[in-house]
Design a protein around this ligand. Structure first.
Ligand code: HEM
Length: 135
């Protein structure tokens, strides 16, 4: 009989498991960039990005899998993320930071991320996004 409880669905070992694995991370990232593309409230954030969001979609997906405690797809391809350095070419002030966070929160809501996980991720995203500011 299996008496282990630490890895049951009710107590996932990592946020990656909690979210439900790769397909759910991909759905979140796809919704995030779809919203960035269509919502007028994220216009300045969209303008920081290039014509196509295809590269950004893949890279954020690969990155988040590892960042959430899942497979290190981003590091496998590109090595250490050095996120702050990689964001230096883009203007990131309070406005862009807040639009990024609002867009991600909306995407989490629309892809049915559990409320308590969503709250925890919002805190972590805030720290990372604020650290990326260069204006
Ligand atoms: C604070 C506001 C942010 C802005 C305005 C922003 C903007 C951008 C832009 C313009 C790119 C380049 C996309 C491309 O290659 O076409 C990018 C790449 C990326 N961003 Fe952000 N970002 C922000 C926050 C974040 C946060 C909070 C994370 C992680 C939690 C993140 C993760 C990434 C990753 C992994 C890449 C790919 C880096 C690479 O390999 O070149 N970004 N971001």
């Amino acid at each position: 009989m299996n008496t282990e409880t630490s890895d049951t669905p009710t107590s996932p070992a990592t946020p990656f498991e909690w979210i439900g694995g790769e397909a759910r991370v991909r759905a979140l990232v796809d919704r995030f960039y779809d919203l960035m593309d269509i919502e007028p409230g994220y216009r300045e954030l969209r303008e920081v990005h290039g014509n196509t969001l295809d590269d950004a979609r893949d890279k954020l997906y690969w990155f988040l899998c590892g960042w959430l405690g899942g497979p290190p797809h981003y590091e496998d391809r590109f090595g250490h993320p050095r996120l702050r350095m990689r964001h230096m070419p883009f203007k990131i002030g309070i406005l862009e930071r807040d639009q990024w966070l609002a867009c991600m929160d909306q995407a989490m809501g629309e892809t049915a991320i559990p409320q308590d996980l969503r709250a925890r991720l919002n805190e972590s995203f805030f720290k990372t996004a604020d650290w990326m500011r260069n204006q």
